[in-house]
Write a protein that binds this ligand. Sequence first.
Ligand code: SAM
Length: 280
Amino acid sequence: TDGAASGKDRKYLPDFGLSSASAARVYDALLGGKDNFEADRNAAEVIEAHLPHSREAAALNRAALIRGVQYMARVAGVDQFLDIGCGLPTMKNTHDAAQEIIPGARVMYVDNDPMVLSHGRALLADNRTTTVITADLRDPKYILGHPRVSAFLDFDRPIGLLVVGMMMHLHDSEKPNEILAELMRPMCPGSHLFITTWPDTGHPAQHALSRACLETLGTGWLRSLDEVYDHFFGMELVPPGLEYLSRWYPEDPDGPDVMPFEEFEPYHWPLMAGIARKSS
Ligand code: SAM
């Protein structure tokens, strides 16, 4: 059945580690979800203490995720998605957004937190167009070689790869750009890479959030703008390019929702989004 852990998936099934905070559950706590434990709520409080309105920052990220999926489905006609580091199911998910536009759109969810698999299974049990596996972004060969991935996604047609709210959890020594290039390599022209992550443009709020996450989760590194651009390894970004979330509206890059910098609060600075299209 969809979501069942195959023998291969078990490689990634440690215990749930409830005594320490996990990125998926802390993010769920920040979004106001119920799939979290005391350690996660404590971590969310530490993060909120370092960066007031971190909950709003999490909500901005989730809203940007939905806008990116809507752009890929409506403007680029993408109807299959590989969502890595998908997080726990929440109010509106990638497949909800995609299927509102293209009813048969398919979404393969991937996360390395085993709780995502168990919750995803419950949510997606009857959904033939959506599936979930436990795997790690740092092992792209495993993801691409997974029998459910090749059975579910058609690599001869464009795929939208989502790595949203995730890249800051990878250290430079893990060669994040090589991982992304390897994942995009078998995808055909017209495929898209969608990233939201933490830039270092010198704003103290960015450093505050990074410090809080390093303290509570052990991961959460900032990258210079040049380093964030390098995640797209030369592919062209669709308008408005790499932007702060509150200024990133790919379906209407100059539209009325784009927030002027004068209105920015500290929590508007830590996250940027970008989507690149593979042209050849
Ligand atoms: N993508 C969702 C969003 O933006 O709304 C969730 C983002 S949440 C901040 C980060 C997610 O990445 C968590 O669910 C965490 O378990 C997952 N994650 C962190 N490191 C990962 C890795 N190496 N491989 C796969 N998933 C990972």
